[in-house]
Design a protein around this ligand. Structure first.
Ligand code: G3I
Length: 463
């Protein structure tokens, strides 16, 4: 479910000469009112995030969907990030949907895109309890068969991308919240040592790839992260090839754990790298400027913690745009979890990431959305009006316009907007299908109203 949201905005009056020219242009029963500058909206950083991150010795990544890597999505994915993680393309269920029959198309495409854009790839994921092929999960296997299946899978996939991937999330989500091992096909069939075996097989197939164990709710110091800590410590002591831990970081607005940096540091002190692998910060929809500001602070806190610890390898966001996020599908009523909105406009979180990486964001001087109110036709008791919202150098994902009638006009009907009138005050909000006004685009709605005596044009504001 996708829900439109209100963007943070600030109004600014038209400059005098411009106002006069516009007034002359629309003389008569037509006027232009309200210019909306995207004052508090984040804009592209002066330097791409990937350059800022590189200057700090960090990696900034995003999960991607291969089929979307064109147009604006491709431009941002390639231009702002120096690492890609296939969101689904390398999972067992994707690459071997039928036993012995492989589909590498999307994974290959993402690796090729990354190479063309001088990006790293983080492989995700080899051993998981989810998104496995049904032939595997529905089968009945002896311990030996299960072990051979897992070894073959790891060897086949890691070998295919040998030398091309910077890292692999080898084992994904092995723990319960209380720090006990999760009951899975692998744990139940092979025992806890499936983790050491998987790491060993992966290392044999590609000795240069950094090998990680990845989990969620392990960002702060808690029972689950302590179990992960103890596992990594024992694997290191045994000489098992483990290079890093992945903290997924699927966070909730305002709930970045206060012990995040301390937790990253304790893993680093074990002699492994730490990567934030799947960062998103969800909020209850609709978003508003207060929530987006909190989200920006939260994103900054996560990046600051990584920047502060030398062995924090980098941060990957789990989708860079709200149009490519798993959150609304899984957490009903929640969303807006990524740094760009559904129209690829950077949100305040984007500016916060840039700031954490030592960059700045400069709002474009002329970006604005304008509202035009016009009377289309008028007869002795009524008239048809139209309002046009047009954006240039800015964009909206939802809108609401307001005006006050000065001579007793009364709206009787509206289309392409939901209008309410209370006394003289009129408020019209977007319909479900036209909240989005992209940069360079416009939306128009109309209405009928009654009048008597005079029909002066009101001042319309967008906000
Ligand atoms: O590809 C099919 C499509 O053909 C079909 O029409 C559609 C109908 O629902 O489903 C599509 O598959 C979906 C797939 O994403 C690709 O969009 C699955 O239903 C859906 O379950 C799957 O969700 C993925 C989820 O893992 C599965 O658990 C998310 O995209 C993916 O972002 C998410 O990623 C995980 C990480 O791997 C591990 N950590 C948690 C994270 C979030 O769940």
């Amino acid at each position: 479910m996708r829900t439109s949201r209100t963007r943070s905005t600030r109004t600014r009056p038209l400059r005098g000469s411009l106002r006069r020219r516009v007034a002359a242009l629309f003389a008569g029963a037509v006027t232009v009112a309200a210019l909306l500058a995207a004052g508090t909206t984040a804009h592209a950083a002066d330097a791409p995030l990937r350059d800022l991150a590189a200057a700090k010795g960090k990696v900034i990544g995003t999960a991607v969907t291969g089929s979307k890597l064109t147009g604006t999505y491709g431009t941002i994915a390639g231009g702002q990030f120096n690492s890609l993680t296939p969101g689904n393309a390398m999972k067992w269920g994707t690459v071997e949907p039928t036993r012995g029959s492989f589909n590498w198309a999307e994974a290959d495409q993402i690796v090729a895109f990354a190479q063309a854009h001088n990006q790293q790839v983080r492989g995700h994921t080899l051993v998981w309890h989810s998104q496995n092929p049904s032939w595997l999960t529905n089968g009945t296997w002896t311990t030996a068969e299960l072990s051979a299946l897992l070894q073959d899978h790891i060897t086949t996939e890691v070998t295919r991308y040998k030398g091309k991937l910077a890292a692999w999330d080898v084992v994904n989500e092995p723990f319960n919240e209380d720090g006990t091992y999760r009951s899975t096909l692998w744990y139940n069939g092979l025992g806890a040592d499936y983790i050491a075996q998987a790491l060993t097989w992966a290392h044999a197939a590609d000795p240069s790839a950094k090998l990680y164990i990845n989990d969620y709710n392990v960002e702060g110091v808690n029972a689950k992260s302590t179990a992960l800590y103890n596992l990594v410590k024992s694997l290191k002591a045994r000489g098992v090839p483990i290079d890093g831990v992945g903290l997924q970081a699927h966070l909730i607005l305002g709930q970045v754990p206060g012990t995040l940096q301390q937790n990253i540091q304790r893993f680093a002190d074990l002699g492994v790298d730490v990567a934030v692998t799947e960062l998103d910060i969800r909020m209850q929809l609709p978003s508003d400027s207060t929530k987006l500001a909190q989200q920006a602070a939260d994103y900054k806190a996560v990046f600051d913690a990584c920047v502060a610890v030398t062995r924090c390898y980098g941060v990957t966001v789990w989708g860079f745009t709200d149009s490519d996020s798993w959150i609304p599908d899984v957490f009903s009523g929640y969303g807006a979890a990524t740094p760009y909105d559904e129209n690829y406009a950077p949100k305040p979180a984007y500016g916060a990431i840039a700031a954490s990486l030592g960059g700045t964001t400069t709002p474009p001087p002329t970006g604005a959305c304008t509202v035009t109110y016009s009377v289309q036709t008028q007869w002795n008791t009524g008239f048809t009006g139209q309002v046009r919202i047009a954006c240039s150098g800015a964009a909206l994902s939802s809108w609401k316009v307001n005006w006050t009638y000065g001579a007793g006009q009364q709206i009787t009907q509206a289309w392409n907007a939901t209008c309410t009138q209370s006394g003289a005050a009129v408020s019209c909000a977007n319909a479900s299908y036209n909240g989005s006004v992209p940069d360079g685009g416009s939306v128009t709605f109309g209405f009928n109203a009654s009048w008597s005596g005079s029909n002066p044009v009101p001042t319309v504001t967008l906000g």
